[in-house]
Design a protein around this ligand. Structure first.
Ligand SMILES: [Zn+2]
Length: 68
């Protein structure tokens, strides 16, 4: 299980990115929201989708959930 976060500020394309707690691209406390502990990024992505319409897995830490 890993801790996942979603960015509260969207990317230029409107995506709110989902990151693991240890990702180098995880934003600071003020720009992220804790999603919970999940065994895969898919659960985290679902949780993020409940908060934001447009979500995407981070290319670096959640590549299997990343769509371009
Ligand atoms: Zn990441």
């Amino acid at each position: 299980m890993r801790d996942y976060y979603v960015t509260t500020r969207p990317q230029a394309n409107g995506d709110h990115e989902v990151h693991t707690a240890d990702c180098a691209w995880l934003p600071g406390k003020e720009n992220r929201r804790y999603l919970g502990r999940f065994s895969t990024c898919y659960g985290a992505l679902l949780a993020a989708r409940a908060l934001y319409e447009q979500v995407n897995g981070c290319y670096w830490c959640s590549r299997e959930c990343h769509t371009s």
